[in-house]
Design a protein around this ligand. Structure first.
Ligand code: NAD
Length: 647
C-alpha cells in the first residue's frame, strides 16, 4: 500500500494505491491525513488532486477491519481535514466510487469523473448507513429525493446522472488526470460541501410518501429505516448535529446482529466454491452454448448466456415449439433493450449469434449444452442419448432438472463424466443463484466448466451433491410439508403466509404455490404415491384443491380466491381444511406467528444438518446462500443455518 504525493507545477497529485479496491484501510487513512498536513504547509502547493491507482477509486472500507476495534485516524476526521483544508482538493474519480470512497470524494471541494464511473453509498446492504458524513454531505450536493433513494436502497448511479444531479462537477472527456488538473487550475478556492445548505425535495409530499414506502419495504430490516431517518435529519438539523447523529447510528448498526448477518452473507457468497475439491478441475473454454428446450427455463438460460456474450443454439422438439422458445428469448432481449441494459447495436449483435434448430446436429460444436425439457426422466434420458451422439466428446452436458437423479440421467451417456446438473432458478436471466449438481462420476473438469459458466453469467454458484431436490428444493419440500401439517393442526394458509411475510420473506409458502400453480407438485405426488411410506403423515388438502380445479392464480382459485391479483381468504378452503382436520380426529389449535416460524425454521435447520452430514453441501454457509438467493429467506437474518448457530 502506498499513498504517493507528486508535485506537478503548483499542484500536488495525491495517489492512493491500495489494491485491489483502494479500501480506506487504517494505513491509507494515516497517510492521507499526513498528506493533508504536508500539502497544507507547503507554500508551493496551490491545489491538490486526489486520485487512485488501479482499476477503481476507493470502492469502500476495509472489510477485514470490520470486526476489530476502530484505530485512528477515523475516516470522518480524515475527510473533515480535507474539507477544512485551505487549498482546493479535487477528486478524480474512476471505476466504483462507493461507500467511504464517495464520502471521501464529497469531502473534496470539486469532483470530476470518468464516463464509466459508478457512484453509490451501498452501506445499507451490509446493515449499515454511511458513517463518515455521507448522509449529511450527499443531500447538500444532490436533491433530497435522490439522496434518499441512494442511501436507503444502496443503488449506485452513473457518472452522467451524478453530473446532472450535482454530485460531480464534470465528466472527463479524455485523460482523467489531465482533466482533473485542468479543473484544479480553474478552482481558486475550496468550496466546502458542509457549508452548502441542504437541498430540499422538489415535492415534500412525494418525498414523505417515498420515505414511508422505503420504511415499509424494509420489513424488519433496520438499516433502510435508519437511512431514511438520516436523510430526514440532514434536512432539518445543522450539519454538526446531523453528523454526530449519523456517527452514533452507524456505530449502533455496526453492533447490530443484522449487520453481522449481512456481512457474513457478503463473504459467504464469495466463498461458495473456495477450497472445494469437486470443482478443482480445469475449466474448458466456453464460446458456444446449446440449450435444449425453449420453455420458461430454457428461454431464460439462453437469454442469460446471450447477454453474457456467448453464442447460443436452441434445440426444440418441433418448429412451432422452437418459434415459441425463440419468441420468449426475443421478449427478454427486447426488455433489456427497452430498459437500456443493452444498446441497439448490442441487441443486433446478440441476435446474430442466436440460432435455433429442431436437429441435434446443430449442437455439434457446442462447448456445453444445458437441457431444460419437461421434468420427466424418460424425456430427459431420450434427450441425453441424442446429445451423446450429436455433441463433441469433450462437451459438457448439463441438466436443469429440479428433482430428478442427475446420476441416472448421466447413465444415458457413454461418458457420464461429462454430465453435471446446472439448476437455474426462475427467471433464469434474473435470479442470481445457480446450484451446480455434482454426480459421483462427474469429472472435476466438467464441474469446473459449469462453475466457469456460472461466473460468466454473473451467478452465485453453489455445489450440491445428488439427492431429491438438491439443497434448496429439498429444504423447501421439507418446510412445505411442515406448513401442510400446520394447516391441519390449526393454522390457516393466511396465518402461515402472514407469519412468513412478517419474518421477512417476500411471499408466504401458500401464496407462492398459487403463483407457481399447484399442478406440478400434484403430478409429482401422484407419481410418488406408489412408493410412499404408508405410515408417513400425508396431508390430502392440496390434492382435494387440485381435484376441484383450484390450480392457483391461473385458474382464479387455489389456496386463496382471486379477484384480479388480490388474494382473498376463501371460506370454501377454510371449510375444506377444517373438515380434513375433523376427519383425522385432530382438534385444531390456533398457532401464533412465533410458533409457525419456529416450526418452519426447525424443519429447515434439521434438513440443512442432514444435507451437511450427507456431504450434499460442503458448508453450512452454502445452505444459507441458497436459501437467501433462491427462496426469499430474509438476507438480514443470515439464513437458517446462521440463525441456528447464533442460537
Ligand atoms: P416448460 O414446460 O416451460 O418448458 C419445457 C420445454 O421443453 C418446452 O418448450 C418443450 O417444448 C420442450 N421439450 C420437451 N421435450 C423436448 C424434447 N424432447 N426436445 C426438445 N425440447 C423439448 O418447462 P420449464 O418450467 O422451463 O422446466 C424445464 C426444466 O427446468 C424442468 O426439468 C424443470 O423441472 C426445471 N426447472 C424449472 C423451474 C421453474 O421454476 N419453472 C426452475 C428450475 C428448474
Amino acid at each position: 500500500m502506498t499513498v504517493d504525493i507528486a508535485r506537478q507545477g503548483d499542484l500536488a497529485i495525491v495517489t492512493i494505491d491500495n489494491p485491489p479496491v483502494n479500501a480506506t484501510s487504517q494505513a491509507v487513512r494515516q497517510v492521507l491525513s499526513d498528506a493533508v498536513r504536508q500539502t497544507s504547509s507547503d507554500p508551493d502547493v496551490r491545489a491538490v488532486v486526489l486520485r487512485c491507482a488501479g482499476r477503481t477509486f476507493v470502492a469502500g472500507g476495509d472489510v477485514t477491519e470490520f470486526d476489530k476495534p476502530p484505530v485512528p485516524p477515523h475516516l470522518p476526521d480524515v475527510i473533515a481535514a480535507i474539507e477544512d483544508a485551505d487549498k482546493p482538493w479535487i477528486a478524480a474519480l474512476h471505476g466504483s466510487v462507493l461507500g467511504g470512497g464517495l464520502e471521501l470524494a464529497m469531502g473534496c471541494h470539486a469532483r470530476i469523473g470518468a464516463p464509466a464511473t459508478k457512484l453509490g453509498l451501498p452501506e445499507v446492504s451490509l446493515g449499515l448507513i454511511p458513517g463518515a458524513g455521507g448522509t449529511v454531505r450527499l443531500p447538500r450536493l444532490v436533491e433530497a429525493d435522490l439522496a434518499l433513494d441512494m442511501v436507503a436502497t444502496g443503488k449506485p448511479i452513473s457518472a452522467e446522472r451524478a453530473l446532472k444531479a450535482g454530485l460531480i462537477d464534470r465528466i472527463a472527456e479524455g485523460d482523467l488526470l489531465d482533466a482533473a488538473k485542468e479543473l484544479a487550475r480553474r478552482t481558486t478556492a475550496p468550496r466546502r460541501t458542509l457549508s452548502r445548505p441542504a437541498r430540499p425535495p422538489k415535492d415534500p409530499n412525494a418525498f414523505a410518501a417515498e420515505a414511508a414506502t422505503l420504511r415499509a419495504r424494509a420489513r424488519g430490516q433496520n438499516s433502510p429505516v435508519a437511512a431514511v431517518a438520516a436523510i430526514e435529519r440532514a434536512l432539518e438539523l445543522p450539519a454538526d448535529a446531523a453528523l454526530a447523529a449519523e456517527r452514533q447510528d452507524f456505530l449502533e448498526l455496526k453492533a447490530d446482529p443484522q449487520s453481522k448477518a449481512l456481512r457474513r452473507m457478503f463473504f459467504a457468497e464469495r466463498q461458495t466454491l473456495k477450497d472445494d475439491p469437486r470443482a478443482a478441475g480445469t475449466a474448458r473454454p466456453l464460446a458456444h452454448i446449446g440449450v435444449v428446450g425453449g420453455g420458461t427455463m430454457g428461454a431464460g438460460i439462453a437469454a442469460a448466456a446471450l447477454l453474457s456474450g456467448l453464442s447460443v443454439t436452441m434445440v426444440e422438439r418441433d418448429a412451432d415449439a422452437l418459434a415459441a422458445g425463440q419468441g420468449r428469448v426475443g421478449d427478454i432481449l427486447d426488455g433489456s433493450l427497452k430498459r437500456g441494459k443493452i444498446s441497439p447495436k448490442r441487441h443486433a449483435e446478440i441476435q446474430a449469434v442466436f440460432a435455433g434448430s429442431v436437429d441435434y446436429a446443430a449442437l455439434s460444436d457446442a462447448d456445453l449444452v444445458i437441457e431444460a425439457v419437461f421434468e420427466d426422466i424418460q424425456v430427459k434420458t431420450t434427450v441425453f442419448k441424442a446429445l451423446d451422439s450429436a455433441t463433441r466428446p469433450d462437451a459438457v452436458l448439463a441438466t436443469n432438472t429440479s428433482y430428478l437423479d442427475v446420476g441416472q440421467i448421466a447413465s444415458a451417456v457413454s461418458d457420464p463424466s461429462r454430465v453435471i446438473g446446472l439448476h437455474f432458478f426462475s427467471p433464469a436471466h434474473i435470479m442470481k443463484l445457480l446450484e451446480l449438481v455434482v454426480p459421483d462420476r462427474a469429472s472435476p473438469d466438467a464441474v469446473a466448466t459449469g462453475a466457469a459458466l456460472g461466473k460468466r453469467l454473473g451467478k452465485i454458484t453453489v455445489l450440491s451433491g445428488v439427492c431429491d431436490g438438491f439443497i434448496g428444493n429439498r429444504i423447501m419440500s421439507a418446510y412445505r410439508r411442515e406448513a401442510d401439517y400446520m394447516i391441519e393442526d390449526g393454522a390457516l394458509p393466511a396465518d402461515v403466509d402472514k407469519a412468513m411475510r412478517d419474518f421477512g420473506f417476500p411471499i408466504g409458502v401458500f401464496e407462492m404455490q398459487d403463483l407457481a400453480g399447484l399442478d406440478i407438485a400434484w403430478a409429482m405426488r401422484k407419481r410418488r404415491a406408489a412408493t410412499r411410506d404408508p405410515n408417513e403423515r400425508y396431508i390430502e388438502i392440496a390434492d382435494r384443491l387440485c381435484e376441484q380445479g383450484r390450480l392457483g392464480r391461473k385458474t382464479g382459485k387455489g389456496w386463496y380466491r382471486y379477484s384480479g391479483k388480490t388474494a382473498e381468504v376463501d371460506p370454501e378452503v377454510t371449510a375444506l381444511i377444517e373438515a380434513e382436520s375433523a376427519r383425522k380426529g385432530i382438534v385444531r389449535k390456533p398457532l401464533s406467528d412465533d410458533a409457525i416460524m419456529a416450526r418452519i425454521l426447525t424443519v429447515m435447520q434439521t434438513e440443512g444438518r442432514a444435507i451437511l452430514s450427507e456431504g450434499i453441501a460442503a458448508k453450512s454457509s452454502d445452505i444459507d446462500v441458497v436459501m437467501v438467493n433462491g427462496y426469499g429467506f430474509p438476507r438480514w437474518r443470515g439464513g437458517p443455518m446462521f440463525m441456528a448457530g447464533e442460537m
